[in-house]
Design a protein around this ligand. Structure first.
Ligand code: SF4
Length: 474
């Protein structure tokens, strides 16, 4: 085995390289970059060859930031175009085995940091990173018989190749357009991210691309066929329990088993009821705003504050971890193009806000009658302006408010039957109204005085006041 000046082991997955610790930062939100795998014929691949276009680590300034592209050409008897996306996703996996190296996200969102210790210990060139990555690709995915790497750090060259890569990603995403959940008997699962979100089970269907955006139904099928021991596997759909929400007996069985019982039901196209879990790799986070009864969406590139008062990073923290979190949902961008996009909750008619760049990106896929009724940070930076915007534009959620208001009035007018006196609940257990939801939301753990665990509940809190109880003297 080749010698490298850094340890290689799956135990380093999830390692973070913080500001002040990195020698260089490559790609990321403040620069540009991408990763791409191309399936080639054997004569197009020079096995083991490495090419670098642009400055190498030794030429880079300490604590500098550089554009970065990684292109791999692969060949083999079983290698076909359908496998490109799945092999590409493993770049994230394998590079995170390197001690001191952080690889985040996928496709055009990659973000790499190289720890100062790696350089101190002898890392001089990106060639060492590429060689270790190619070694892992060949060891772990034996269907790759030949592999060649081209890394680019020159800004103009990255820009030029990025345009070409975007076209390739677009074509891949297009492939599932005419195929739908009801047309197939098998969905595909992915457990790759269980290394850091142990209960996350991704379910990839023709109408629901993976939340990392990197794997569609065709990719899942190709991966499960060629690497049956790998993280992708077939899921027999079973019986359809809820065609609108997208609930299937086969998916529920797999979810219960592979999440270790954390949840037992998944509704693929629902935001509120048994939603799909999110590991942390999602391209976009959806967030519910009870004040307007609508859903907002924010992507990784948005550095501002959404109308709910939160930045992307805080919402990402709430959403990730492999749990069913009611009120937040991680998705891949291509899910916006799905005809079943959160259809259980009103689909596009429930979308009230998107950050500008995200809205521009999917603008043509938003139904025409709702397009201009969805606000961005330009029109609605906060809830007050959002409310006004929605009323002004006649957004469909406004009708929901009116209906709700009417129902409330009817309820208030109706004389309420006198309730028989109920025995008080025991002091340690407080039962709350139950909605069909399996999430647990423990709060006030180990306060020293009381522990309340809310199970199967949706909680809205307008304001929380926490006061220290003063010690009584005497
Ligand atoms: S986000 Fe889901 S589909 Fe994408 S790599 Fe992780 S587990 Fe697989």
């Amino acid at each position: 085995m080749e010698e490298f000046p850094f340890d290689i082991s799956p135990m380093y997955e999830g390692e973070r390289v913080r500001k002040g610790e990195y020698y260089v930062e490559l790609a990321g939100p403040k620069s540009i970059g991408f990763e791409l795998v191309r399936a080639c014929s054997p004569d197009e691949v020079d096995d083991g060859k490495f090419t670098l276009i642009g400055p190498d680590i030794a030429d880079m300034e300490e604590e500098g930031r550089y554009p970065f592209a990684m292109i791999y050409k692969i060949a083999g008897e079983q290698v076909e175009e359908d496998l490109e996306a799945i092999v590409e996703r493993r770049n994230h996996d394998f590079q995170n085995y390197f001690h001191g190296y952080m690889h985040l996200n996928q496709r055009y969102d990659i973000w790499i940091r190289i720890h100062k210790d790696m350089v101190k210990n002898g890392l001089k060139s990106l060639e060492q990173i590429a060689r270790a990555t190619m070694m892992l690709f060949k060891n772990e995915l034996p269907f790759i018989e030949k592999i060649e790497a081209i890394y680019i750090t020159d800004e103009d060259a990255v820009k030029e190749e990025l345009d070409k890569a975007m076209e390739i990603y677009r074509k891949r995403d297009e492939r599932t357009r005419n195929l739908h959940d009801e047309d197939v008997d098998t969905f595909y699962g992915c457990l790759l991210c269980q290394s850091f979100a142990p209960t996350n089970v991704c379910v990839i269907t023709p109408d629901r691309v993976s939340l990392c955006g990197a794997i569609n139904w065709f990719d899942g099928r190709a991966a499960a066929k060629v690497d049956p021991e790998g993280p992708n596997f077939p899921i027999s759909k079973g019986e359809c329990i809820d065609p609108v929400g997208g609930e299937y007996t086969g998916v529920n069985e797999v979810a219960a088993e592979l999440s270790g019982g954390e949840y037992t039901r998944i509704k693929l196209h629902s935001f509120f009821e048994y939603p799909h879990t999110s590991c942390g790799c999602f391209e976009v986070v959806g967030f519910y705003m009870p004040e307007v009864d609508g859903i907002g969406w924010v992507d990784r590139n948005f550095s501002g504050i959404a109308p709910n008062g939160l930045p992307f990073s805080t919402m990402a923290g709430q959403t990730g971890g492999g749990k069913q979190v009611v009120g937040f949902l991680g998705i891949g961008v291509n899910y916006f193009r799905s005809p079943k996009f959160i259809q259980a909750d009103g689909g596009w008619n429930r979308v009230v806000w998107m950050n500008r760049t995200l809205k521009d990106r999917v603008y043509d896929d938003i139904p025409e009658d709702i397009r201009d009724k969805i606000a961005t940070e330009d029109e609605a930076p906060d809830l007050e302006s959002l409310r006004k915007f929605l009323i002004e534009k006649g957004h469909p959620v406004v009708e929901r408010w009116e209906k709700e208001e009417e129902e409330k009035e009817i309820r208030e007018e109706k004389p309420q039957p006198t309730q028989p006196t109920q025995p008080l609940p025991s002091p340690s257990t407080v039962s709350l109204p139950t909605i069909p939801q399996s999430s647990q939301f423990p709060i006030f753990q180990d306060s020293g005085k009381i522990k309340i665990t809310f199970k199967n509940a949706t909680i809205r809190i307008g304001k929380v006041v926490i006061e220290r109880e003063e010690e009584k003297s005497g």
